[in-house]
Design a protein around this ligand. Structure first.
Ligand code: KG4
Ligand code: ZN
Length: 340
């Protein structure tokens, strides 16, 4: 079954063709990062307008790179939640129009569930359940128990900032461009991760939950003094690098510790990680180093950590096998929906 995946929840117009939920025939995207950088984050109205311009060309490119024509597509998957409502609407309406014109079914996909599926689709081994799901993205930080594809239980989540959001905000404090995660990772390579005693938050009543806002404020005070008044412009490069490395160490060691604790508490047989932050090599090596449980660790392959169309197409295949019908044409774009 050839599935066309369309992803427009934020600032990437991404399309892909995936065969039978696993074999990626094409995976293309048009990133809007350059257009949003000057605003220090994603400007929602601009994102919608750029998706209008780019959605059809990206669909055509995905088909071309897969060496297929529209009539070879059997199903369309499209992300319909969570994200920017205007941005999602562009992809969703494109999917509905194409589904109607070609008389093929379409399925609305939960973007976060697709991030989790990305690691499953990359896995060379048979999927092992129950498993721990770890979502680390710009908008979400979640630990879930995965019973099966489509069946999840939330174990914990962030009580304030998402981890990617914290990276983006700290990067801004250090005068680094958006998106901040890769910039912090680059700078951290020449920094001392123990130069500052930063720590992520601890939620007393829910020890597996996450909190990054105190950590973020601690970084701000370190850079700008207790009244946040000192300018960060004059910070020496080495001090910036030490702050980046210490922040990254604090954020990642918290995630790694809680993930392994959850995996053993909930008898998980494997860990599947997803979301933009999982493209970090520093995160991967910390997970590998701390894996005393020797539990199989599955990261998305290159190109499947950040927003992409392949994870949408791949998951749509499984959803269609279980639901067997197209979603109704009145399916609405939703800015927020719980994964379970
Ligand atoms: O999953 P994603 O592409 O978009 C959302 O669904 O939110 O994630 C984007 C996030 C951004 O916050 C970005 O700073 C972060 O992923 N990110 C990283 C790294 N690469 C991307 N964070 C830390 N280290 C990285 N290397
Ligand atoms: Zn995402």
């Amino acid at each position: 079954m050839n599935v066309l995946g369309i992803e427009t929840t934020c600032d990437e117009t991404a399309c892909s063709v995936v065969k039978d939920g696993k074999t990626i025939l094409s995976n293309v995207l048009s990133s809007q990062i350059e257009s949003h950088t000057r605003y220090g984050g994603v400007y929602p109205e601009l994102a919608s307008r750029l998706h209008v311009d780019r959605c059809v060309p990206m669909i055509d490119l995905a088909l071309k790179e897969a060496n297929l024509s529209k009539s070879d597509i059997d199903l369309i998957g499209v992300s319909y939640t969570p994200g920017l409502i205007g941005a999602i609407t562009i992809g969703l309406n494109s999917a509905k129009a194409l589904s109607t014109a070609l008389n093929i079914p379409y399925i609305g996909i939960h973007h976060i569930e697709a991030h989790l599926y990305a690691a499953m689709m990359s896995s060379k081994d048979t999927l092992n359940f129950p498993a721990l799901g770890v979502v680390l993205s710009g908008g979400h930080t979640l630990l879930l128990k995965i019973h099966n594809i489509g069946s999840y239980e939330i174990i914990s989540q962030t009580v304030d900032d998402a981890i990617g959001e914290a990276f983006d905000k700290v990067a801004r404090m250090l005068n680094l461009p958006y998106p901040g995660g890769p910039e912090i990772e680059k700078l951290a390579k020449i920094g001392d991760p123990n130069a500052y005693d930063f720590k992520a938050g601890f939620v007393k009543t829910k020890p597996l939950h996450f909190s990054f806002s105190g950590l973020k404020t601690n970084v701000l005070y370190t850079i700008s003094g207790p009244n946040a008044k000192k300018s960060q412009d004059n910070l020496p490069l080495q001090q910036k690098a030490d702050i980046a490395a210490s922040f990254q160490r604090a954020a990642f060691s918290d995630v790694v510790k809680k993930a392994f604790k959850a995996a053993s508490t909930f008898d998980c047989k494997a860990i599947y990680l997803g979301g933009g932050v999982t493209q970090s090599a520093a995160l991967k090596s910390m997970f590998d180093k701390e894996n005393h449980l020797k539990i199989p660790l599955n990261f998305p392959e290159q190109g499947l950590s950040l927003d992409n169309g392949a994870m949408i197409a791949g998951l749509a295949y499984h959803k269609f096998l279980s639901q067997k019908t197209s979603d109704p044409l009145d399916l609405k774009a939703k800015p927020r929906t719980a994964i379970c």
